[in-house]
Design a protein around this ligand. Structure first.
Ligand SMILES: [Zn+2]
Length: 227
């Protein structure tokens, strides 16, 4: 471990912690201006007047403001902060790095039991990791976790694909939202040809080396010293 603390101050609003990945009222998503780019490998979806900041992992990402102003919208995840948190393994509550924050180089993952996602080996998820102290804060103060939560230590979380909106090639008609996912977004792996027709809204990873955690209070207190 380094001597710099990876846990950052958490933003509070009305007695509740505001997750770093939560969207705020001044961060609403504007209408997206889409186009089709013709490349050597075929046609693909793109944003009009695209710049390098618009495309990540080869996929166009939804354009939206990132100002954290107004009021927090706890129920909404901010697309750009989610991607940053997932790709750099930043804590979803405080936004600080989770890499190097534990002596065993694993990361802690936490989610509401009701959310529909589990923490099984090989499971895909859109919920970024969390620091141990931030997980304790979240389970104590975040209402969705008050109905139960799942936690696990995870060895690695390679990127799998994106969650987003799929557009029909040619017509650019938006495919209907998924009804079997809480956010209505389609999950598209990077290996699928559909990846060329999705506007990404979340980065999706898979979890490997999953060890369930049932007691956050005891976590790290019993961890062996790391030299
Ligand atoms: Zn944190």
């Amino acid at each position: 471990m380094t001597d710099s603390t990876p846990v950052r101050p958490v933003t509070w609003w009305g007695g509740m912690p505001v997750p770093w990945i939560a969207a705020w009222t001044q961060e609403s998503i504007p209408r997206q201006l889409l186009t089709v780019y013709h490349g050597p490998d075929g046609d693909r979806l793109g944003l009009q007047l695209e710049s390098p900041v618009d495309r990540h992992y080869g996929v166009p990402w939804v354009r939206m403001p990132a100002v954290r102003r107004g009021r927090p919208r706890y129920e909404l995840v901010h697309a750009l902060r989610q991607r940053q948190a997932m790709s750099r393994l930043l804590c979803q509550l405080c936004g600080g790095p989770t890499i190097g924050s534990r002596p065993d180089d694993r990361s802690l993952w936490l989610m509401a039991a009701r959310g529909g996602e589990t923490l099984a080996e090989g499971q895909t998820t859109t919920a970024p990791p969390v620091h141990t102290p931030c997980a304790r804060t979240a389970t104590e103060h975040c209402p969705p976790l008050g109905h139960g939560w799942r936690a696990a230590l995870v060895s690695s979380a390679p990127v799998w694909g994106v969650a987003g909106v799929i557009y029909e090639p040619g017509t650019l008609r938006q495919l209907p939202a998924r009804e079997d996912t809480a956010d209505g977004l389609h999950r598209v792996p990077f290996t699928s040809s559909l990846i060329h027709w999705v506007l990404a809204v979340r980065l999706v990873v898979t979890l490997h080396g999953v060890e369930p955690v049932t007691d956050l209070e005891m976590l790290d207190l019993e961890a062996p010293e790391h030299h």
